[in-house]
Design a protein around this ligand. Structure first.
Ligand SMILES: NC(=O)c1ccc[n+]([C@@H]2O[C@H](COP(=O)([O-])OP(=O)(O)OC[C@H]3O[C@@H](n4cnc5c(N)ncnc54)[C@H](O)[C@@H]3O)[C@@H](O)[C@H]2O)c1
Length: 353
């Protein structure tokens, strides 16, 4: 099959590229190299089935592409310091880029996968009480509509992902076979050491015996998914046929029918055609930022101290994916513990730093 991966030079795009090349597919990697790494592209250039196209997806795609079977849209800056420095590029990638790639999907009759994010949930309350029943929102299920600030420092990312999702649904209504993955915190080899996310910051600082930068008091919780587990989930979402999972989707939905509190939280009347959103992440590997820091210090044998700074605005207190849907419908089950994943990531950073 011909697979187009937008964002192929980035962390997740490079892992996806590796996955599809290993499967024997032909990959067209599109990237403007804004936050991606030429080193990641160079890993694949020797492979005759890899074709790199340096291009900004906010502009229409080249007209001379061969027939494309699957489009994976992973072209967007994802690290908070990076997208806050480039808000317009980030919004363009998720609005104009999503539009251009969906138009391509329509023209090629290609399947489409959009990389959305846990950030579209904003800062969910732990629980919500409706009609004397208390509902749990952490772990966060797909049917929570979000609690997002539309004009904060993270809005260029969070809100452009939300409009990206809205575009995807309009194209599903036009007949495109599209799916959405809401990705939770993922880490692993092929990340850029300077990309500004917590795992890379801590590993780099620990290996250099520099103080670890902790925002807030470090009690905020995150769940950490290793790249290989995430790619397994994305590949499952990219490959299912709706007619094969219809019964499982209906069974998943029916669990919530009886305890449905209101239209605001739950939208279960959607046609099965629209049931295309899946959380992907690893809820089992949930740690506070301080626990993550201590584990990295232990695994790197580092003597680094910790420096505490104020919590950035709108930083969510906790993030845990509810992966019931993807587990029950597509058989997804992440396997790699934080310790195992960090060991692999630290080895990679030791090689490249
Ligand atoms: N890694 C995570 O934990 C995580 C979590 C949630 C969502 N996501 C989503 O997954 C996708 C990939 O994230 P990542 O962690 O690999 O980030 P990344 O920054 O490592 O990779 C993004 C890639 O997209 C490219 N890109 C950005 N804008 C582009 C444009 N307009 N045209 C062409 N290329 C462009 C960048 O150059 C880069 O190579 C993003 O959509 C991100 O929002 C990632």
């Amino acid at each position: 099959m011909n697979i187009l991966i937008a964002g192929s030079a980035g962390f997740l795009g490079a892992h996806l590229t590796k996955h599809y090349l290993m499967q024997g597919d032909c990959v067209y990697g599109v990237d403007h190299l804004g936050s991606g790494s030429k080193k990641n592209v160079n890993l694949f250039l020797k492979n005759g089935d890899y074709h790199f196209i340096e291009h900004d997806v906010s502009k229409p795609l080249p007209a001379d592409l061969p027939h494309i079977d699957i489009i994976l849209h992973f072209a967007s800056r994802a690290s908070p310091p990076d997208y806050q420095k480039h808000p317009f590029d980030t919004m363009d990638a998720n609005y104009k880029g999503t539009y251009n790639l969906l138009e391509l999907a329509l023209a090629h009759n290609a399947r489409f996968v959009y990389a959305s994010t846990s950030e579209i949930y904003g800062n969910p309350p732990k629980t919500i009480a409706i009609n004397s029943h208390t509902y749990t929102l952490i772990p966060t299920p797909e049917y929570f509509w979000g609690n997002v600030n539309s004009f904060g420092p993270r809005s260029c990312y969070d809100e452009s992902k939300r409009v990206g999702e809205a575009l995807v649904f309009e194209y599903i209504r036009k007949g495109v076979d599209a799916r959405i993955v809401r990705i939770f915190n993922t880490y692993g080899p092929l990340m850029r050491p300077d990309d500004g996310r917590v795992v890379t910051n801590f590993i780099k600082q620990a290996l250099n015996d520099e103080p670890l930068t902790i925002f807030g008091d470090g009690t905020q919780g995150r769940s950490y998914c290793f790249a290989d587990d995430l790619i397994d989930g994305i590949a499952k979402v990219a490959s299912f046929k709706i007619e094969n999972v219809r019964d499982k989707l209906l069974a998943y939905k029916s669990q919530f029918m009886e305890k449905r509190p209101s239209k605001y939280l739950f939208d279960l009347d959607n046609d099965i055609k629209l049931e295309r959103v899946f959380n992907v992440g690893n809820p089992c590997e949930h740690y506070s930022v301080l626990e993550l820091a201590d584990l990295i210090l232990e695994l790197t044998n580092s003597n680094s101290s910790k420096n505490f700074f104020g919590l950035p605005k709108d930083d969510p207190q906790d993030r845990i994916p509810d992966i019931t849907k993807i587990s029950q419908v597509l058989g997804y089950s992440p396997k790699i513990t934080l310790k195992q994943g960090l060991e692999k990531t630290i080895s990679y950073f030791k090689e490249i730093l």
